[in-house]
Design a protein around this ligand. Structure first.
Ligand code: ADP
Ligand code: MG
Length: 234
């Protein structure tokens, strides 16, 4: 098995009331690995901590403890406890993240938003533009929208721009948070194809999928995050 990400004893706690010392333990010692070409699907009811896990892996949240190791260029890199600048550098090279919502950059045209990860990796504009246009076309974003900023797009259009951006380059590890949530069936099946292509290209994927049929189509393994006691104030 060509393991690309290894998570050990990962814990995340949110502080709810600083003065009263009330906190919510959302991730309690998670353990898993994901190999190249594999999709691990997070399973658990709303509030189980699925999105929190992806955000913690991406580096948006500081874990309370544990280890997140990612393999890059033959080396294992530890993200927990590393210097923030180093975490950011590792993340830029290894982690793709399609969040539930597009974080819109005002005035940047959709085409540029999609091309950006490739340009950041040194692709030429010609190559980046060709792939971005192909992805936008596959995801049914009409050409008249390509030069407009996605801030005014519908929820589904924004999600498809977000997906085109996420799948623009081949990431060692890809995090997908409900990538088909506001898509119709035709666009959802394009996302399934993109996931299959990412697997074939050797990415390790970790995803959350509300739709059971989609979940079953993409899952190689499940991580059960069901919590009997959701309100776990400590
Ligand atoms: P899921 O994605 O499985 O539905 P989340 O990871 O979004 O669940 O949330 C897990 C729990 O953590 C919920 O109880 C939620 O209210 C809480 N939570 C999520 N983000 C924060 C935050 N930034 N601050 C405090 N509590 C949070
Ligand atoms: Mg969620």
């Amino acid at each position: 098995m060509n393991t690309l990400i290894e998570v050990r004893d990962l814990a995340k706690t949110f502080t709810l009331h600083q003065q009263h010392g009330v906190s919510l333990q959302v991730l309690r010692g998670l353990n898993f690995t994901v190999a190249a070409g594999e999709c691990l699907v997070l399973h658990g009811q709303s509030g189980a901590g699925k999105s929190t896990l992806l955000r913690t892996l991406y580096g948006n949240y500081l874990p309370a403890g544990g280890s997140i190791r990612i393999r890059h260029a033959g080396d294992w890199l530890e993200l927990v406890g590393a210097e923030p600048r180093q975490v950011l550098a590792v993340r830029r090279q290894t982690l793709g993240y399609v969040s539930q919502f597009l974080r819109v950059i005002p005035r940047v045209p959709a085409l540029e938003v999609v091309m950006e990860p490739a340009l950041a990796r040194g692709w030429t504009r010609v190559d980046a533009e060709a792939r971005a246009k192909a992805l936008l076309t596959r995801l049914n974003i009409p050409e008249r929208l390509w030069q407009l900023a996605p801030g005014t797009f519908s929820g589904g259009e924004q999600q498809r721009v977000n997906l085109a951006r996420g799948f623009m380059v081949s990431w060692p590890v890809m995090l997908l948070d409900e990538p088909t949530a506001s898509l119709d069936e035709a666009n959802a099946s394009v996302v399934l194809e993109l996931i299959d292509e990412a697997k074939a290209a050797g990415s390790a994927l970790i995803g959350i999928f509300h739709d059971r049929a989609i979940r079953e189509a993409v899952a190689d393994r499940y991580l059960d995050m069901t919590q009997e006691d959701l309100a776990h104030a400590i």
